[in-house]
Design a protein around this ligand. Structure first.
Ligand SMILES: COc1cccc(COC(=O)c2cn[nH]c2)c1
Length: 242
């Protein structure tokens, strides 16, 4: 997968050299390009923002530098990249979207700052490539950079060969639309707290049932919204005989 990121703070992405994403790059699973938006400015002050039409606080990112940046990063002959714009006004980012993005050959991230990017940038881009504004949650950050780090981590770990034990993918939270059950390791007793007996029983059927039950109870307690989203056949309300 190729990923390009455009930002006025390209140094935000230095950490990507480290940890798993660094390994993904090393073994060629991920090609990452980080670009400074100011590359595509031509004035002596390298201006990327201006005041908002219609008034209001803050500044807006000008369309011209973005237009030239997206042109430069959208190769004419190859299939167009998918443009992702982290934004408080975006569609919720979910594990399902992470899987969807992990299947894309080329992602192009636009990091907004200030009050945002002139809307015409997205309108024009949409005539050449798929454009998705994506939200990580109902709060406002200074800019899209941190959101891109989150999305890239969620997506990269789904790429083949990035996670050592692929098994850990299909049992994690949100893999089945539910929260994961509690997990334990040695010692069997620690500061008076014991590991649930069932997990040490060796009865794998019983363990699987216990984990599903615990996952359902946790989901009902912390994320009832996820229960409502479950396909009917996956959830027998009696399962949560609390
Ligand atoms: C595109 O314009 C802007 C403007 C301001 C901040 C940002 C960064 O994104 C967020 O703040 C965000 C993403 N998910 N939840 C919050 C983008």
């Amino acid at each position: 997968m190729r990923v390009d990121v455009v930002s006025i703070f390209p140094e935000y992405f230095a950490p990507l050299e480290l940890s798993l994403i660094g390994r993904a790059r090393a073994n060629g699973v991920l090609q990452l390009g980080v670009h400074d938006l100011r590359t595509w400015t031509h004035d002596v002050h390298r201006t990327v923002d201006d005041t908002p039409y219609g008034g209001g606080p803050g500044m807006v990112m000008r369309p011209e530098p973005w237009g030239e940046a997206l042109d430069a990063l959208t190769p004419a002959e190859a299939p167009p990249p998918r443009l992702l714009v982290p934004s408080p006004a975006g569609a919720p980012f979910t594990q399902a979207m992470a899987y969807e993005l992990a299947a894309e050959p080329h992602l192009l991230f636009a990091c907004g700052r200030y009050e945002g990017i002139d809307q015409r940038v997205l309108e024009h881009a949409a005539t050449r490539m798929p454009v998705t504004e994506v939200s990580l949650g109902d709060y406002v950050l200074f800019g899209g950079e941190v959101a891109v780090l989150v999305i890239l981590e969620a997506v990269t770990r789904l790429l083949p060969g990035v996670l050592g034990n692929a098994g850990s993918l299909d049992e994690e939270s949100h893999a089945h639309g539910l929260l994961e059950a509690p997990i334990y390791t040695k010692p069997p007793s620690w500061r008076g707290h014991d590991v649930p007996e069932v997990l040490r029983s060796g009865d794998h059927g019983k363990i699987a049932r216990w984990r599903r039950e615990e996952g359902l109870l946790r989901t009902a307690a912390r994320r009832p919204d996820l229960l409502d989203a479950l396909p009917a056949d996956q959830l027998d309300k009696r399962d949560i005989a609390a």
